[in-house]
Design a protein around this ligand. Structure first.
Ligand code: AHM
Ligand code: MG
Length: 333
């Protein structure tokens, strides 16, 4: 009975009543949901409206921005400024904090990567948006980047939208992980994946194998053992996947298990890793842990890191619990 499903809006309202909340959280989530629907539409229309290709500028990370990076960023900033719920925002595409003017009452901070995996846009492969919500600490200046530098354990909510064959929104508020699918005809997200959980064991890993020569010994050992399959020390054959869209990799892991690695390597060591802590690693770590998995740098829990900068990079190893524990063990040796 497809139309007996709960919508995301109803789920949020139910949660609001159950916890006796004021409605601010429901309102801010509604703005994020609208932003994701708008980005989904732009990604979907693609070349028809000239959305593909480069924007002709670089972002703060020195990466070439795609037109859709810029568009998705503008949509997120605009939609999430309207409700008066955020005191300030930070984005992968902006060097500094984005001050939300005229909204003095905002009690939350929003961090986001408006379009992750954007190297996949022009080839029509899945991309996504990632977001993390923090509280504005009492008395703190929302426009000071330091105010955002809270460990991942402080996140109030985190989620991602996956723009794939279907558009999905996956969300945690610290009470499990639920996945919703966009019905374009209705314009709403319906609950299709309640209580997503990651199996503790897996025979699937995801890593950019072209970087093997830069890896540290623990990661090299782990991947070598997986590749050795039945004849190797693990005694089982492993499968490998690499979409180059973290959102798609994490989604696969939430649905059928697996482990994802973007580890420290000799080439990215200077910048601390490849993926960004505040709007990629932390929100994904929160989701993965809430689904029963683990998320580590190899040497410690991602969500316990004390952030040093808005655009700080970190090594990321996340997914099925027993595999992540094994990789962490290899780092101890
Ligand atoms: P982006 O935020 O610039 O899109 O980069 C992040 C992406 C992740 O989605 C993905 O896991 C990784 O970078 C892909 O890296 P690589 O180009 O080494 O395959
Ligand atoms: Mg990104």
């Amino acid at each position: 009975m497809p139309y007996k499903r709960l919508t995301l809006s109803h789920n949020l309202l139910e949660e609001q009543r159950r916890l006796g909340r004021s409605g601010t959280f429901t309102s801010l989530m509604t703005d994020i949901i609208t932003a994701c629907k708008m980005v989904s539409r732009e990604v979907n229309r693609g070349a028809l409206v000239g959305n593909l290709g480069l924007a002709g500028a670089e972002n703060v990370q020195g990466e070439e921005q795609k037109k859709l990076d810029v568009l998705a960023n503008d949509i997120f900033l605009h939609m999430n400024s309207l409700g008066g719920n955020y005191a300030a925002m930070a984005s992968e595409e902006l060097e500094d904090v984005f001050a939300v003017t005229g909204q003095a009452s905002g009690r939350y901070l929003l961090l986001f990567d408006p379009l992750d995996g954007s190297s996949n846009i022009d080839i029509n492969v899945s991309v996504g948006s990632i977001f993390s919500i923090l509280r504005l600490p009492e008395g703190a200046n929302p426009n000071d980047a330091d105010t955002f530098l809270q460990p991942g354990t402080q996140q109030v909510a985190a989620g991602y939208a996956l723009y794939g064959p279907s558009t999905m929104l996956v969300l945690t508020t610290g009470d499990g992980v639920h996945g919703y699918t966009l019905d374009r005809g209705v314009g709403m997200f319906f609950l299709t994946h309640p209580d997503m959980t990651i199996p503790a064991d897996t025979k699937e890993f995801a890593v950019n194998a072209s970087r093997q020569r830069f890896w540290e010994p623990p990661v090299k050992r782990y991947v070598d053992e997986c590749l050795a399959g039945k004849e190797g020390p693990r005694g089982v054959n492993f499968n490998m996947r690499w979409v180059a869209s973290m959102v798609a990799e994490v989604h696969r892991i939430l649905v059928r298990g697996g482990v994802f690695l973007y580890p420290m390597d000799s080439e990215n060591a200077k910048s601390g890793g490849k993926l960004r802590l505040m709007y990629e690693a932390n929100p994904m770590a929160f989701i993965v842990e809430q689904a029963g998995g683990l998320a580590s740098t190899g040497k410690g829990r991602i969500m316990e890191m004390k952030p040093k900068g808005l655009h700080q990079r970190v090594p990321v190893i996340l997914g099925s619990k027993n595999e992540v524990e094994r990789i962490v063990d290899y780092h101890k040796g």
